[in-house]
Design a protein around this ligand. Structure first.
Ligand SMILES: Cc1cc2nc3c(=O)[nH]c(=O)nc-3n(C[C@H](O)[C@H](O)[C@H](O)COP(=O)(O)OP(=O)(O)OC[C@H]3O[C@@H](n4cnc5c(N)ncnc54)[C@H](O)[C@@H]3O)c2cc1C
Length: 382
């Protein structure tokens, strides 16, 4: 692994730094809806200069960036303290999945509005009784002429309240083994059969929702990747989810750590051996995470698609982020727990990090079996 940027990568990084210096969306407004609109406008600005999805091919509005360039983009986005695009699930998950499995008509229809933020996407995978064991999901889709009729319930659907489309996995064959009876649909959220109810998190934000689906209709042409092939298509979405954000998240965590070091310095705590020891430990973990993210990149460049290594960075990031937020609360005491204090937000929001995008236990299983090649646990769920 060579961590030195080539001349063209360094030029790309400099070009990005200059662009971010010229383009600033200003302070984030207060309130979930206003904040969302602000990130949507930011995405439009990025899309105008083909920066909204640099890793997408040029023909779809991206820059055909290599994985390293894409990593540089997310690093610089984080370093410039600019926000993530509003349609991040569309750009990182739906878009690449449609590019892999979509027909030409589907690519023509869906990719462009993802990039401009005109059509927002959400991910309808998890259900009340199917999270880690996604393949046991029960939402059913039954063929009716040239349409599918869908009934079931999804849960934890982030951003559903803003979404036009949903990446929906439903059961279409009840006799087939559970992984084989699934189909991946592109479901229009704007229909009577889809009811969205917000779930308020511990932070007070209704970031995600319950979806109640009753006789929703999906035309045949909105099947992605073929009937019965939903598991394969869904895995592509999940692998993109775990690898795409790694660079952005590690830079954000680094910034948080630097801010915590500043807070400790202001309180004259840097010479306290316990504080110094813990900050040193967190610094080391942040560095390991950065280097591991680059190592994952090398594998992606070698094999073309994200592999199980993304699970390692997601696991490391989530645990370290939680440790960091907890240490901030320990260090700052009651101050860190007052309403509106950013550390209070970080502490509460980080609780979900080890669950969202795959729980730590599941990621450990993936790393054990698919990265380290250890034997499967006897009797483990498929
Ligand atoms: C902030 C946030 C946003 C989310 N956004 C979305 C979204 O947009 N779309 C979406 O579809 N989902 C979303 N999710 C859901 C998320 O993917 C699931 O919560 C996750 O997959 C875990 O599923 P579960 O909650 O059903 O827990 P379960 O699968 O029921 O797990 C419960 C516990 O059992 C453990 N466990 C389960 N199976 C095993 C095993 N085989 N070996 C060892 N331990 C095991 C788990 O690690 C966990 O600790 C989001 C979750 C969060 C927290």
């Amino acid at each position: 692994m060579d961590l030195t940027f080539s001349a063209s990568e360094a030029a790309f990084r400099d070009e990005l730094r200059a662009w971010f210096a010229r383009n600033d969306p200003g302070a984030e407004p207060v309130g979930e809806d206003a904040s969302y609109a602000w990130r949507r406008d930011w995405q439009r600005l990025l899309a105008e200069d083909r920066y909204a999805a640099v890793h997408w091919p040029v023909e779809y509005g991206g820059r055909g960036a290599t994985m390293t360039e894409s990593a540089i983009f997310f690093e610089e986005l984080g370093r410039a303290r600019r926000p993530l695009m509003a349609n991040v699930l569309g750009i990182l998950l739906a878009g690449p999945t449609i590019m892999t499995f979509g027909t030409d008509e589907q690519k023509d229809r869906y990719l462009s509005p993802i990039l401009t933020g005109d059509e927002i996407w959400c991910q309808g995978f998890s259900e009340p009784d199917a999270g880690s064991d996604l393949a046991s999901l029960k939402t059913k889709a039954v063929k009716d002429g040239d349409e599918w009729v869908v009934t079931g319930q999804k849960v934890w659907t982030s951003g559903a309240q803003y979404s036009k489309w949903c990446m929906l996995v439903a059961r279409t064959d009840f006799d087939a083994p559970k992984h084989k009876g699934l189909t991946y649909f592109l479901m229009d959220m704007e229909q009577e059969g889809v009811q969205i109810r917000p779930l308020v998190q511990i932070t007070g934000e209704p970031e995600f929702n319950e979806l109640f689906i009753e006789n929703a209709r999906i035309p045949d042409e909105n099947v992605l990747g073929g009937v019965g092939n939903g598991w394969r298509v869904a895995l592509t979405t999940l692998m993109n989810e775990r690898s795409g954000l790694a660079f952005f998240l590690q830079v954000r965590m680094r910034q948080l750590l630097d801010e915590l070091i500043e807070e400790a310095a202001e309180r004259d705590l840097l010479d306290d051996p316990v504080v110094a020891d813990k900050l040193g430990y967190l610094h080391m973990k942040a560095e390991i995470l950065r280097l591991t993210a680059y190592r994952g990149l090398t594998t992606i460049e070698k094999y073309g698609t994200p592999g199980p290594e993304g699970s390692l960075t997601k696991w490391m990031w989530s645990e370290t982020n939680q440790e960091l937020a907890q240490f901030a609360a320990d260090l700052l005491g009651a101050d860190a727990l007052t309403t509106g204090n950013r550390w209070a937000y970080e502490l509460l929001r980080s609780r979900g990090n080890t669950i969202e995008g795959g729980t730590t236990e599941i990621l450990k299983n993936i790393v054990a079996e698919r990265v380290l090649g250890l034997p499967r646990l006897k009797g483990a769920a498929a």
